[in-house]
Design a protein around this ligand. Structure first.
Ligand code: PEP
Ligand code: MG
Length: 922
């Protein structure tokens, strides 16, 4: 255990906590504790543990015994530290009550500010600050926040009163009298909505209710949705952090902001953030007023900015990672309210990791572990093709990178509905709130009119890796009529638009996109990964082009070429059908002779792209009927021909139509003959080559002729022939013999030596069980975990989507086994197949080429059991390289940089700046 845990201790003062206590105190609670203990200016407070939250649910939503007493005792210590008293008329202590889970769930749960205000303490606050307007404003904010979050009063009711009173002016323009009116109206709203229940005046009752509300927010729908999408277990619970309030809205020498210690989009080393003067934290996040960039703070409050720079550096040195902080300036004094590891884009993650190694903050090994493989995926996102014409309608802030197109929708429910029907939608909103989350998940991208880089839309989209533009203020949405206007363009609901989340541009229509150029830091990080990893990484690629892309991404060969993919274009399909439908061997042979040069040319392209690297070519695998027309479609066509016959105007046309009908019927009879009830368990894989050896022979001939051709061009070739869907050793032995005969004949005619390998897919449970016997005929095994998953579970890989999501949602299975390798079942078969194979053939090379080869947790498993390589689609190769390196490092003591002396955080308290007046006017 990393920390000392005491039974029935539900409450920890900040001084008692530290980062390692995250599971108990939540991310927020642990980090404010850590900041307190390294001497940064944090308002005092305490955290109620996640275990208390768990207990709360166990006791039917009652506080566990002792929790409330401990909270009150902790509150006394905040009172002592601040010299203020909770509920006191003269010198009231006010509190913030915040949620904080172990994993950050931005905006998903609740925060209550200004707690402790009532009709009396509001006057105390007014006297204390000499600013009654401010005190009244804090009170009205508190009533609406508490009323909405804790008492479930609709926030629209409060908003309506406020809008009416403001009559188009700013919040800050409201007079004391107007604020008093608003407060009275707010209390009336609570009273009438809650059928005669008064707004609570007892601060302790407020606190009790607020703590319960934060616990309750853990199980609210939007939090549950967020956890489901992000694979966060429900039983973690949230902590509750209670902290003395500091005020960013005490006038124009106060303010509040959020900042990243480095740019979260690019990773550049610069403080990056936003702030608002005379505002509370929620104003920045809610995107109601568009905030100023942090650089303006350098001009408006240079001393505070200098302190902020100092603190961000210290925080980075302490945590040795980029931080995302929330701060408040209360009358010129800077306070830190929160720090956490900053979320970042893929590009930023890579840049920061590489830079921090250069800066001596991290070792290469740590840097490799820092970059989330999911973010590498984001790095490979498409961007707008610069060679394409496009029309710019407007621009906003580039909140989350990548380009995407979609049909405009204005409503998150509609986005969800249309996406479920397979539509590509783009969600356009004034600003988003956590209630929009499901629509954001469904949309290709998000575009908002208001808000800054740290608004809800921006933070959530970045987390999801979705393109997002915020603050596109020129857009005027006409919700009722279902369109928006911008710079003279009218865009209706359902119209296509494209957004570029990397530049902030909003473009008309569906614009072509391309993959980004990966260089610099990315290549550096990948090279470090290659130095560490043990697993080989190959590509599944079927064309020369895909093979070149794969090579650029670092593929060390081809692990799977699905030769059937070479036959799907129209003219090739016709020859393929001729081969399949031939009545006899001679007919089949004739068609195969036409296919031979085509296939040879394709193989040659791949060999050229993979000069010097192994190329595994798999013989034809799918059931032959896949190349034939659909039987139901043929039935429709036959019916139409018969109608045409009935209406034929003359004998000639009748004759022609009859001829067509006979041909169609003949084709249908042939298709009927090849139709199978269970094609996936039918006439496919090595069974094809066993019954039609001429197919295997043609493919082998094409492959070895291409290899020899490439060799004469000076290309180094390492051909590997792979036999699919083998369940008996005789299948492999038979196919091996055929291939060897052809190889020797072809290579013999060229008169030089080419070494080659013959191996098999292991993708059926029986093949695993007799892998020792199969290995006697194989130079290599490649686990086809798609089919192996299908046949192990007995779940059709084509139909699983109908019910597997229900299993995943219900927690019956951790994830879809077709995406993440099922370690307990399929994984055990892979391990067994490997061991049995090596028992009779110690030099056997063993890899995997199912979809799992590019999925990080499956790659880790492959490393653990000692496979030689994984093979995956070209765009997943960088992910596999990094995942393979991380798999090694997770099993080692990773060296760290010694930051003992010079980077130690100073514990000096930041000097008081009370009374520093801002430059500039407002
Ligand atoms: C597999 O079954 O895992 C495999 C790679 O082959 P295919 O997906 O082509 O059946
Ligand atoms: Mg397969």
């Amino acid at each position: 255990m990393l920390y000392e845990k005491r039974d029935n201790k539900w409450v920890y003062l900040f001084e008692e906590g530290k980062t390692e206590m995250k599971p108990l105190l939540g991310g927020k609670g642990a980090n404010v504790a850590e900041m307190t203990n390294i001497g940064l200016p944090v308002p005092p407070g305490f955290t109620i543990t996640t275990e208390a939250c768990d207990a709360y649910y166990q006791y039917s939503r009652q506080f566990p015994e002792g929790m409330w007493t401990q909270s009150r005792r902790a509150l006394e210590s905040i009172e002592a530290e601040t010299g203020k008293t909770f509920g006191d008329r003269q010198n009231p202590l006010l509190l913030s009550v915040r949620s904080g889970a172990v994993v950050s769930m931005p905006g998903m749960m609740d925060t209550i500010l200004n707690l402790g205000l009532n009709d009396e303490t509001v006057e105390g606050l007014a006297d204390l600050t000499g600013n009654r307007r401010f005190a009244l404003d804090a009170y009205r904010r508190f009533i609406s926040m508490f009323g909405h979050i804790v008492m479930n009063v609709s926030s629209e009711n409060f908003d309506r009163v406020l809008e009416r009173t403001k009559a188009g002016r700013q919040d800050t323009d409201l007079t004391e009298e107007q604020l008093e009116e608003v407060i009275t109206a707010y209390k009336r709203i609570v009273f009438s909505e809650l059928h005669g229940k008064e707004f609570p005046q007892d601060p302790y009752e407020q606190l009790r209710m607020a703590i319960s509300a934060v616990f309750d927010s853990w199980m609210r729908k939007r939090a549950q949705d967020y956890r489901r999408v992000n694979n966060i277990p429900d039983d973690l619970g949230t902590a509750v952090t209670v902290q003395a309030m500091v005020f960013g809205n005490m006038g124009w020498n106060s303010g509040t902001g959020v900042a990243f210690t480095r740019n979260p989009s690019t990773g550049q080393k610069e403080i990056y953030g936003e702030y608002l003067l005379n505002a509370q934290g929620e104003d920045v996040v809610a995107g109601i007023r568009t905030p100023k960039t942090i650089n303006e703070l350098a001009r408006e409050m240079p001393l505070v900015f200098a302190q902020l720079q100092d603190i961000t550096q210290k925080l980075e040195q302490h945590y040795r990672d980029m931080q995302d902080i929330e701060f408040t300036i209360e009358q010129g004094k800077l306070w830190l309210l929160q720090t956490r590891t900053g979320k970042r884009t893929g590009a930023a993650a890579v840049h920061i990791a590489v830079k921090m190694v250069e800066e001596g903050m991290l070792t290469k090994e740590e840097a490799l572990l820092r970059v989330d493989t999911g973010l590498i995926d984001q790095l490979l996102h498409p961007m707008i093709d610069p060679d394409t014409e496009s029309t710019l309608m407007t621009s906003g802030l580039p909140a989350s990178p990548g380009a995407a197109s979609g049909q405009v929708v204005f409503n998150p429910d509609e986005a969800e509905r249309l996406a479920a029907d397979g539509e590509q939608v783009l969600l356009v909103r004034h600003e988003t709130s956590p209630d929009d989350f499901h629509g954001m998940v469904a949309a290709e991208a998000i575009l908002t009119v208001r808000g800054g880089m740290t608004s809800h839309a921006a933070v959530v989209a970045r987390g999801m890796g979705k393109p997002c533009i915020v603050g596109a203020g020129e857009i005027n949405i006409h919700l009722e009529q279902g369109y928006f206007m911008v710079n003279g363009y009218e865009v209706k609901r359902g119209d296509w638009i494209t957004v570029d989340g990397s530049t902030g541009d909003v473009l008309i229509g569906q614009v072509a996109t391309i993959q980004p150029d990966l260089s610099g830091d990315f290549q550096t990080l990948m090279a470090w990964a290659d130095d560490v990893r043990v697993l080989g990484v190959r590509a599944n690629a079927d064309t020369g082009h895909d093979a070149s892309v794969a090579r650029e991404f670092g593929a060390e060969g081809i692990g799977l070429t699905r030769t059937e993919h070479m036959f799907f274009s129209d003219e090739r399909l016709a020859i393929m059908r001729e081969m399949i439908l031939a009545d006899d061997k001679a007919g089949r042979q004739a068609a195969l002779e036409k296919l031979l040069p085509i296939q040879r040319a394709d193989f040659l392209d791949i060999f050229r792209a993979m000069d010097g690297l192994p190329v595994t070519v798999r013989l034809l695998d799918p059931p032959l009927h896949e190349f034939l027309p659909d039987y139901e479609q043929l039935q429709v066509e036959l019916y139409e021909l018969k109608l045409k016959l009935k209406d034929a105007p003359n004998f000639r046309e009748m004759d022609d139509t009859l001829r067509e009908i006979y041909a169609k019927e003949e084709l249908m009879a042939q298709v009927e003959r090849l139709r199978e009830v269970n094609p996936m368990l039918g006439y496919r894989g090595s069974r094809l080559g066993t019954t039609f050896p001429e197919i295997t022979e043609m493919q082998a001939q094409a492959l070895f002729e291409a290899a020899c051709e490439a060799h004469t061009e000076g290309i180094t070739v390492h051909p590997e022939v792979m036999i699919p869907l083998v369940s008996m050793e005789r299948e492999l032995a038979g196919q091996r013999k055929l291939v060897e005969n052809i190889a020797e004949r072809v290579i013999g005619t060229y008169g030089f030596e080419i070494a080659y390998k013959i191996g098999t897919m292991i993708e059926l449970p029986r093949a695993v069980l007799i892998a020792d016997k199969i290995a006697e005929h194989a130079d290599f095994f490649s686990f086809g975990t798609n089919d192996l998953t299908q046949t192990t579970f007995g779940i059709s890989r084509d139909d699983s989507a109908r019910f597997l999501p229900t299993y995943v949602k219900a927690g019956m299975i951790a994830s879809d086994p077709f995406q993440v390798l099922d370690r307990d079942g399929v994984g055990m078969l892979v391990k067994m197949g490997l061991e049995k194979g090596k028992s009779t053939s110690p030099d056997l090379k063993v890899g995997i080429c199912g979809e799992h080869g590019g999925e990080p947790s499956s790659v880790e498993f492959c490393h653990e059991i000692g496979l030689d390589y994984v093979s995956c689609s070209p765009y997943r190769i960088p992910i596999a390289r990094l995942a393979a390196a991380q798999a090694v490092l997770r099993r080692q003591d990773v060296p760290t940089v010694d930051i003992s002396t010079e980077t130690q955080v100073e514990t000096d308290v930041i000097p008081e700046l009370a009374g520093v007046a801002p430059n500039g006017t407002h």
